[in-house]
Design a protein around this ligand. Structure first.
Ligand code: HEC
Length: 97
């Protein structure tokens, strides 16, 4: 997350109520809620043959497509998550190593 911290700080320093912001990034919260049950908090759980996300070669575009539409046993999140939320989750999933 180091790369987007300055941007975040800039954004929140210009936003009223910035002091109220605390806690983990949205993508992480969404990931823990929607993806961790199968993929695990660190991406490696592999429940019902969920792929190891730390070894995935898919880029952001491929991951967003898969999360939106589902694939095999992986459910589609089209109805449960907004496009922005999917982008946030995907960005977070790319940090799992
Ligand atoms: C119900 C269990 C389940 C949930 C919940 C789930 N996944 Fe998956 N996921 C899977 C399975 C199973 C596969 C393998 C699909 C296949 O190849 O048939 C997979 C594959 C993937 C892949 C492809 C990895 C690769 O390179 O092959 C990505 C990326 C992924 N999931 C991301 C996510 C994200 C992000 C979320 C949360 C929005 C999520 N998944 C939620 C079960 C799940």
């Amino acid at each position: 997350m180091r790369f987007c911290l300055p941007t975040l700080l800039l954004f929140f320093s210009l936003t009223p109520g910035a002091a109220a912001w605390a806690g983990p990034p949205a993508g992480q919260v969404l990931y823990q809620k929607n993806c961790a049950p199968c993929h695990g908090a660190n991406g490696r759980k592999g429940l019902s043959s969920a792929h190891d996300l730390t070894k995935s070669n898919l880029n952001a575009y491929g991951r967003a497509y898969l999360v939106t539409n589902g694939f095999g046993k992986m459910p589609s999140f089209k109805k449960t998550l907004s496009e922005v939320q999917i982008q946030q989750i995907v960005a977070y999933s790319l940090t799992l190593r």
